[in-house]
Design a protein around this ligand. Structure first.
Ligand SMILES: [Zn+2]
Length: 301
């Protein structure tokens, strides 16, 4: 695909300094085969896709029905397993949240077709969603009668009105990272909870698959967090880190896709094997799982 406008970030979105080094060059395996670079900030080690397509150009890289990830076609064993995993994932997300807050107003940014919001609605939360993709948004509204708005309406929601805001594998896609965190901060009540799930570029599967690692997903993923850079980003924006927990199934999903990126064909068993090794090595050593959920609390101002 021909990208007409690329944007180069000169300053690190976290520490604001200006020394980047290119550390990886990799393809958009999912859609276009276009090549992008990942640079690392020489001060805080934050990794970003740099340069990146302009915000307008970036939308072209989402032009695939498959990227409505997680659609609902039910065919085959893998799909049945996928549905079981999805149900368990919803259950464990709710369980994690309920350790800290048992009711109240919840906003899910990037809610997709609304499965998580619908689940939380049944758990007596008052739920609202934000979803930039038209098809997904309309589906959430129709299927579950949810209140879901376009991204542009984020600023129209009532300030300081939410007890909890969630972003499940969304922050790595957000074009203006600091602006989005300020918007979130304005929408949360004092002491409100922010939950962020992102892939971890320090995981075993990331190190094993290197430029084939599916969770780099360039250029759709603009930022590649590890625990330290995510905590630093939130800390500089007035949030306190409270807790993290692994997303144990992501290593399998990511490794199976990465195996395909590497060899050009699917090898379910090999991907499954490296997914398992990733979880086991994280359990017994550095706690660097393929993906983590992080819980932050907004500091009193
Ligand atoms: Zn930096």
């Amino acid at each position: 695909m021909k990208v007409n406008k690329m944007e180069l970030l000169n300053n690190c979105p976290i520490c604001k300094r200006n020394s980047f080094k290119t550390i990886l060059s990799l393809k958009d395996y999912f859609l276009t085969n276009d090549v992008f670079n990942i640079s690392e900030c020489q001060y805080c080690n934050f990794k970003i896709t740099n340069p990146r397509p302009s915000e307008k150009e970036l939308s072209k890289y989402y032009e695939s029905d498959e990227y409505l990830s997680h659609s609902n076609n039910s065919r085959g064993v893998i799909n049945r397993v996928y549905k079981l995993v999805r149900f368990y994932t919803l259950y464990s997300k709710a369980k994690f949240i309920k350790l800290f807050v048992s009711k109240g107003k919840l906003l899910d940014i990037g809610c997709g077709t609304g499965e998580f919001l619908n689940y939380m609605k049944k758990k007596k939360f008052e739920v609202t969603g934000i979803e930039p993709n038209n098809k997904a948004r309309l589906k959430a509204i129709e299927k579950y009668t949810l209140e879901v708005f376009d991204e542009t309406e984020l600023d129209q929601l009532q300030k300081a009105s939410f007890d909890i805001i969630t972003l499940w594998h969304v922050l790595e896609h957000v074009y203006d990272l600091n602006q989005r965190i300020i918007q979130i901060k304005n929408l949360l009540k004092s002491n409100g909870i922010l939950i962020i799930a992102v892939p971890n570029c320090d995981s075993f599967d990331a190190k094993h698959y290197k430029n084939y690692w599916a969770a780099y997903d360039v250029p759709r993923h603009l930022y590649h967090f590890n625990t330290s850079t995510l905590i630093q980003l939130l800390d500089t924006n007035g949030f306190s880190y409270v807790k993290t927990k692994p997303m144990l199934f992501d290593s399998f999903y990511v490794s199976i896709l990465s195996e395909k990126n590497k060899t050009g064909k699917s090898n379910f068993l090999k991907g499954f094997y490296y997914g398992l090794i990733s979880d086991i090595s994280a359990l017994f050593s550095a706690k660097n799982f393929s993906s983590h959920v992080y819980l932050f609390r907004l500091n009193n101002s």
